[in-house]
Design a protein around this ligand. Structure first.
Ligand code: ATP
Ligand code: MG
Length: 652
């Protein structure tokens, strides 16, 4: 038999179908961890290797800077450097900057460094509340309108149709939107959505620009297509200009941006739009252990409504691993300390720091983990939050880099990383990292800026200093910090598409996940459930879910375990070991009571003693390790058949 081409090795038959499909529309509809991102990178590399596309003519877009960075790294490793893998915004920024002087006057307007302030000014002018919360809500509504291609006049009707719960009268929001646009235009600055709006408009209205663009980019790939919004779809259509060389991959069960206007409609309707498309479904989960896959299936099976095309069932391909663990704590600090103790234990057992993530619903939850990790001297990085760019050393570094770019004293002939390192040595970057503690953390942040320069030097054609500073400004605006070695702290939104060996899902309480404002809104609750699904499916091996019954130590225990945990961890299970309490049955109103099951053979437990021991009388005690490990694989198979996730409730 002829040897398989290099790029088809390590792919299953369905993945291979998508990789080898001829240029033209291709859609991969599949669950988390089934290799969608792997499939598209192999497809691009395969087309390049076969000489069917030129790398520079491919534009691959995804939703986070880190995902784009990872795609570039994967493509380089597969022998396809030079492919543009960008976020929608970064791609639009680059195109608009290039075309702006030709179709509009002068240089492209800069991105506003404080959109919030402009919204506040607009609110102030109209006599609306300028409280932080109200302004934030107003900004979110303006953003939703722009992402949904809805103008200020259309806002009231559209908001009513979409069931938006507006903070003030819809007519007022429409007026605030108009005023915001006027103020922004007057200041000659752009917001992020303007990048996309202007890019689409330039391509739609200037035939010669569109022609030049379309001669340059011929093949398009979109990862995480379930989260495309109407504005991004319009840009994509403008890029395509009636052509159909488009590969999309996505998982409707991972739609987590519908509050901001995204919809899986385009993913699900792809084959209607392109009837000749190659459509592939993947169901083998290569990322996670069967235990994690089983829990993920249980989370998403509980969804109230699932559109057609989303009922894919994942089957785990990896060897058995540890059971997902659940823990309940008295307060948030106790939860964070317990999580950090487990992180330290994992590190001691050989898990790399970069293979561990703590994921939460809202960025404010990060603080208590930052403190606990700092106290334990464990390096970490915060992703999807403003903290990286708010750090004193990063702010100092940005000023030094901006000044160097303005002086333009970078012409010396050194490569970009060397230039950046030289400037950062002025603000204290040493060649070797300091031993530990806060000095090490500062070093890691500054070094991440050098790493970013190295990444840029490999991926853009003219990696000059000005380009680097612009990239940095964009990242600061979008709060996409570069990679720092350490435990990742990230919001669930920022974690999509990524994976770690060990994942800690924390703060699983009512009001946080699901978030308070989703209460009473079925669609919003379902989106919160999908967020949990995204979180669960990030774990390769170790998965740990936790919650705390009060915020502060000694505080009133008024927090309730998230309704989503119900059914995953059996009510009444004896978790009452030191430091935790038993999960309470009264917290949510179960439609169906889950009986405690034997954690070895998954049979429902009847006697109080069995429930206390967590196993039935026919199964061996924990001491019998050998037998236990044999039984473990049988049990997870059995659990799969019974459609109950394997579980263990532990405490430290
Ligand atoms: P998500 O929905 O979370 O974005 P995905 O479908 O994009 O997930 P990938 O990130 O591409 O999944 O793949 C998940 C993991 O499985 C990666 O570590 C990838 O290398 C691995 N993988 C994918 N396909 C295979 C395969 N055929 N054989 C072995 N490993 C695979
Ligand atoms: Mg992916």
């Amino acid at each position: 038999m002829a040897e398989q081409p290099r790029l088809l090795k390590g792919l299953d038959p369905e993945q291979r179908t998508a990789v080898t499909a001829p240029r033209g529309p291709v859609c991969v509809l599949a669950g988390a961890g089934t290799g969608k991102t792997r499939t598209i990178t192999h497809r691009i590399a395969h087309l390049v290797e076969r000489g069917l596309v030129v790398p520079q003519q491919v534009l691959a877009v995804t939703f986070t800077a880190r995902a784009a960075g990872e795609m570039r790294t994967r493509l380089r490793a597969l022998g396809a450097p030079g492919v543009q893998a960008q976020t929608f915004h970064a791609a639009a920024f680059r195109q608009l900057r290039y075309f702006w002087p030709r179709v509009l006057e002068g240089q492209m307007w800069p991105l506003t460094d404080n959109k919030f302030r402009i919204v506040m000014q607009a609110a102030n002018r109209l006599g609306l509340s300028t409280e932080k919360e109200s302004v934030r809500d107003l900004a979110a509504e303006i953003e939703w309108s722009k992402a949904s291609l809805i103008g200020p006049d259309q806002y009231p009707a559209a908001a009513a149709r979409a069931g938006r719960s507006a903070p003030v009268a819809p007519e007022q929001i429409g007026r605030a939107f108009t005023t915001y646009e006027k103020l922004k235009n007057h200041a000659q600055v752009l917001d992020f959505d303007d990048l996309l709006l202007h890019t689409a408009a330039v391509l739609e209205e200037h035939a010669e620009v569109a022609e030049e663009f379309r001669a340059r980019y011929r093949s398009f790939v979109v990862d995480e297509y379930q989260d495309v919004n109407p504005l991004q779809q319009r840009v994509l259509d403008a890029w395509l200009g009636g052509r159909d060389d488009l590969t999309v991959v996505g998982d409707a069960n991972q739609t987590i941006y519908s509050f901001a206007g995204a919809a899986p409609t385009w993913l699900i309707g792809f084959s209607r739009r392109f009837p000749e498309a190659t459509v592939v479904r993947l169901e083998r989960d290569y990322r996670s252990t069967p235990q994690v896959v089983s829990l993920a299936n249980a989370v998403i099976d509980a969804a109230r409504s699932r559109p057609a095309g989303t009922r894919l069932r994942l089957t785990g391909q990896r060897a058995d691993g540890p059971d997902p663990q659940f823990a309940e704590h008295d307060d948030e600090s106790a939860e964070a300390e317990a999580v950090v103790r487990r992180i330290a234990a994992l590190v001691q057992q050989g898990t790399a720091l970069s293979e561990i993530a703590v994921l939460f619903r809202v960025n404010a939850q990060s603080e208590v983990y930052e403190k606990a990790l700092s106290d334990a001297d464990i390096p970490y990085q915060v992703r999807g939050g403003e903290r990286f760019f708010a750090r004193a050393e990063v702010r100092q570094a940005m000023t030094a880099l901006r000044n160097a770019a303005a002086r333009d004293d970078s012409a010396s002939g050194d490569d970009l990383p060397t230039l950046v390192r030289a400037v950062l040595s002025e603000v204290g970057l040493t060649t070797e990292p300091p031993a530990g503690g806060s000095a090490r953390e500062r070093w890691e942040s500054l070094n991440a800026l050098v790493e970013l320069a190295a990444e840029l030097a490999e991926t853009v054609q003219q990696p000059d200093f000005a380009r680097y500073v612009t990239e940095l400004e964009m990242r600061a605006e979008a709060q996409h910090p570069p990679t720092v070695e350490g435990v990742t702290l990230a919001s669930l939104h920022a974690a999509k598409g990524l994976e770690w060996d060990a994942v800690f899902l924390v703060g699983l309480v009512e009001g946080t996940l699901p978030i308070q404002h989703a209460d009473g809104d079925d669609a919003a609750i379902e989106e919160e459930r999908r967020l949990l699904y995204v979180g669960v499916t990030r774990a390769r091996e170790h998965l740990h879910l936790s919650w705390a019954l009060s915020r502060a130590s000694g505080g009133r225990r008024h927090r309730k375990r998230s309704r989503f945990v119900h059914g995953l961890v059996p009510d009444g299970h004896p978790a009452a070991l030191p430091g935790t309490t038993t999960p309470r049955a009264r917290e949510s109103k179960p439609k169906q009571t889950v009986k405690p099951r034997c954690r070895i053979c998954a049979t429902p437990l009847a006697s109080t003693m069995d429930i206390k021991l967590g196993r039935c009388s026919s199964c061996p005690s924990d001491a019998d390790e050998d037998l236990l490990s044999q039984l473990r694989s049988w049990r997870s198979e059995r659990a799969r058949q019974l459609k109950v996730p394997a579980y263990v409730v532990f405490t430290d």
